[in-house]
Ligand binder design. Structure first.
Ligand SMILES: [Zn+2]
Length: 85
């Protein structure tokens, strides 16, 4: 959908690249992110961490929405390094 029509209804009416707001503590506004940690099971020392914002592409016809990470290459790079013993 980022490169073409909606995969659900076929519409070309796409709202691209929108930030996704989330309310945090005290109703503070944050943008939604995803992350990869080098040692996700560690309680404190999780090692290297990569965090990436998520952006939404929304179909203006049916509302179908796809999310994309802005820093996907850095996420995947740390993910693959963290899997290697
Ligand atoms: Zn659609």
């Amino acid at each position: 959908m980022r490169e073409g029509a909606c995969p659900k209804c076929g519409s070309a009416d796409i709202v691209p690249n929108r930030p996704i707001r989330d309310l945090g503590h005290g109703n503070s506004v944050h943008e939604l992110t995803t992350r990869v940690e080098e040692r996700p099971d560690a309680l404190i020392f999780k090692g290297e961490t990569v965090e990436s914002y998520l952006r939404a592409w929304v179909c203006g016809e049916c509302g179908y929405t796809e999310l994309y990470a802005t820093d996907h290459r850095y996420l995947f790079d740390l993910y693959t390094r963290a899997q290697t013993p």
